[in-house]
Ligand binder design. Structure first.
Ligand SMILES: Nc1nc2c(ncn2[C@@H]2O[C@H](COP(=O)(O)OP(=O)(O)OP(=O)(O)O)[C@@H](O)[C@H]2O)c(=O)[nH]1
Ligand SMILES: [Mg+2]
Length: 328
């Protein structure tokens, strides 16, 4: 008997194929859901879509410290892309804890002009569980579903907190680091690891009273970069506010397309990063592990067990489970 997906999944999939924003938003909500039956419908939509998806979106992430102008820059770049006839989706990945919230909620209002464009889909927050740069298996599904909708560009906004750029890099084709004009010779936020993964550094706010400082900053980064890494990461000046330098950024975004092999390599890296956290999540949700964890905590609190003993009990239990499985 051939498998027939549920009607809701089919309906959402056909909506997505014609880029119906409501169908897309609903599917993303399902994919983000912690309720397994809802998530399952989201995954059904994805599998229906994947059967004949041949779209390849250009995926570009904009990262940088809070308030540097990521949303403003995305709006400026986005409006130019729309003018050129491209369709785009904008996604925010918030690496901060879901509890602290982060400032991303205001982004839809900061991209007011873009959110009025029909060709643009904006998803203010596709935040994960709050670790590893906010990327989870659900983020990958969401990117896939947006790609299947056939958007030319997927622009991702994420706050740079150091380590997460390394993960974001593998989620997208290009990573743009936005930095503010900074006084003096500080290389704040420019850790070697980040420089090695970014494709472009844009020093924003190259306007008004900050113009000179921005130029000095860009010059400084330019020379420091070649000394530090030997990498030829381009450093550009721009103003998201008045549009200076935006054309060059767009040119670079349009001229760059990863080969299927490069995309595949990034997928392998993502497996490395995401598989451990997903497996750990499953493990920690399993009832026997939860019970054992709680019992060992209690044993320690009542001084019946030491830290070392509790750790050994728990790891021995896990090993014995795996051992049992091996013998099946
Ligand atoms: N002068 C100047 N101000 C800018 C520029 N780009 C952004 N701003 C201002 O900087 C502030 C922060 O801009 P956002 O675009 O919200 O910055 P963000 O990086 O998205 O901020 P978060 O999402 O909170 O991390 C706003 O007041 C903007 O108007 C620019 O090119 N020049
Ligand atoms: Mg923002």
């Amino acid at each position: 008997m051939t498998y027939v997906p549920p009607p809701l999944a089919l309906e959402l999939a056909s909506g997505i194929k014609v880029r119906d924003a409501r169908a897309l938003a609903k599917t993303i909500t399902l994919l983000e859901s912690r309720l397994s039956y809802k998530k399952a419908i989201g995954l059904e939509v994805l599998s229906v879509l994947k059967i004949d998806n041949s779209y390849i979106s250009r995926k570009i992430a904009f990262t940088g410290p809070p308030g540097v102008g990521k949303s403003t820059l995305i709006e400026s770049v986005g409006l130019s892309l729309v003018k050129k006839g491209f369709t785009l989706a904008i996604l925010t990945i918030d690496p901060s804890s879901p509890i602290s919230g982060g400032s991303v909620l205001a982004d839809k209002t900061r991209m007011q002009r873009l959110s009025n464009c029909e060709e643009v889909f904006i998803r203010p927050s596709a935040s994960g569980k709050g670790y590893l740069g906010g990327i989870t298996a659900a983020t990958l599904d969401i990117m896939d579903v947006i790609e299947a909708a056939g958007y030319d560009f997927i622009l991702v906004e994420t706050i740079g907190i150091g380590q997460n750029e390394v993960d974001i890099k593998d989620l997208v084709d290009q990573l743009i680091l936005i930095l503010p004009p900074a006084a003096g010779d500080e290389l704040q936020g420019l850790k070697k690891g980040i420089i090695e993964v970014v494709d472009l550094i844009a020093v924003n706010k190259h306007d008004g009273a900050l113009k000179k400082t921005a130029e000095l900053t860009a010059m400084h980064y330019g020379s420091a970069l070649s000394v530090l890494t030997g990498h030829k990461t381009p450093v550009k000046l721009c103003s998201a506010k008045d549009g200076t330098g935006i054309g060059e950024i767009i040119e670079m975004m349009c001229s760059y397309l990863l080969s299927p092999e490069e995309r595949q390599q990034k997928q392998v890296h993502l497996l490395d990063r995401i598989a451990p956290q997903e497996m750990l999540e499953i493990l920690l949700q399993s009832p026997p592990i939860k019970r054992l964890f709680a019992a060992q905590k209690l044993a320690m609190e009542t001084k019946e067990s030491s830290l070392k003993q509790s750790l050994t009990t728990m790891t021995d239990y896990l090993k014995s489970c795996l051992e049992m499985d091996k013998n099946l």
